[in-house]
Design a protein around this ligand. Structure first.
Ligand code: NAX
Length: 321
């Protein structure tokens, strides 16, 4: 009886494995891309790493070598993260590098997710993090200048993201400043969903939304050009809701999540970082929001800031709307 059950189980297992083989990625013979994630033992990274390896960033053929970067005290946790990645048997994951110093962490890296930083606690604003986190990005920038690929594309997630990004690109000599971006995609995604909920529509119905400014409570979610299922958003929402609920909710959504969860946003931040990097690399005609370095020629914004604008993307570059 037992052996019959086992036989049936192994038949089912064989079918399951067959169907997995049919649907799983066939890695290409192209050289693997090296992707560094800092803060790799932390919460946000935990949700990013598995999505990088499961086709969602570089597509279903591109093999990757993951660089897990964190501080020395987190070394054991890093090996735990690596062990779990191994247990996933991702077809696209070539190998994993664990690094507790930025020089090993960024060697020959093609893409960098800069997540490693101290997160906000209850009652803290992002600016409160500047002193500790700013220092981190000086060292990381110097290491990137020494060892990262010259065309490495970087997203800064660790707060205060705009300022950290500015510090980083200043110290990463030899890598073009346009390769350093700060994440406002989470704010963008938050705005999309608030609009969808309010107008009973789908997020995919919403076009031309923009986040302007700094990733802080002063950012501005702009719906003046937005359409929802082809209609102007401003004809579907009233001013009172926009001013009193929508704008402050997007600006302070991070604090709302901390209040509700008792911890800062993690899965949504990881997901937004994948959206940002995927659209940068693969291109998208949809408006996205990205923090980029200003040169004084865009929309009267002073030069030398990392500032969020609406952009589209093609050929591995963002184009300002
Ligand atoms: P965790 O505390 O869970 O993880 C942070 C990790 O970074 C830890 O493992 C820590 O050891 C590591 N770390 C610190 N300094 C490092 C360094 N110099 N090099 C490498 N690793 C280092 O925080 P988590 O929830 O993952 O948040 C990470 C950062 O994202 C925080 O600064 C947080 O404020 C920021 N956020 C940014 C968001 C955005 O939209 N831009 C939203 C979510 C989040 O608040």
């Amino acid at each position: 009886m037992l052996s019959k059950n086992l036989q049936a189980m192994s038949k089912r297992q064989a079918l399951f494995t067959q169907s997995l083989r049919t649907f799983s990625a066939e890695p290409s013979n192209a050289p693997p891309k090296r992707v560094a994630v800092t803060g790799a033992a932390g919460n946000i990274a935990y949700s990013i790493l598995y999505r990088i390896d499961s086709e969602e960033f570089l597509g279903k053929n591109q093999r990757v070598i993951l660089h897990l970067v964190d501080l020395p005290f987190a070394e054991k946790a890093l090996t735990g993260v690596m062990a779990e990645l191994h247990d996933c048997a991702f077809p696209l994951l070539d190998s994993v590098v664990c690094a507790t110093n930025p020089t090993d962490g960024f060697r020959d890296v093609d893409y960098a997710f800069m997540v490693g930083a101290k997160p906000r606690g209850p009652g803290m604003e992002r600016a409160d993090l500047l002193k500790d986190n700013g220092q981190i990005f000086v060292g990381v920038g110097k290491a990137m200048a020494d060892v990262a690929k010259r065309d490495c594309k970087t997203i800064v997630v660790g707060n205060p993201a705009n300022t950290n990004c500015l510090i980083l690109q200043n110290h990463a000599k030899g890598i073009p400043s346009e390769n350093f971006t700060a994440m406002t995609r989470l704010d963008h995604n938050r705005a999309l969903t608030q609009l969808a909920l309010k107008t009973n529509s789908k997020v995919t119905d919403i076009k031309k939304m923009a986040i302007w400014g700094n990733h802080s409570p002063t950012m501005y979610p702009d719906v003046r050009n937005t359409t929802i299922a082809g209609k102007p958003a401003l004809s579907l929402i009233d001013d009172d809701w926009k001013i009193k609920e929508f704008t402050p909710r997007v600006q302070k959504r991070g604090a709302e999540i901390i209040e509700l969860r008792g911890a800062s946003s993690a899965a949504s931040a990881g997901s937004a970082s994948i959206d940002h990097m995927r659209d940068w690399v693969s291109g998208s005609n949809e408006w996205q929001s990205v923090g980029i370095l200003t040169d004084g020629s865009q929309y009267n914004v002073p030069a030398g800031l990392i500032f969020s604008f609406p952009v589209t993307s093609s050929n591995g570059k963002f184009q300002l709307v």
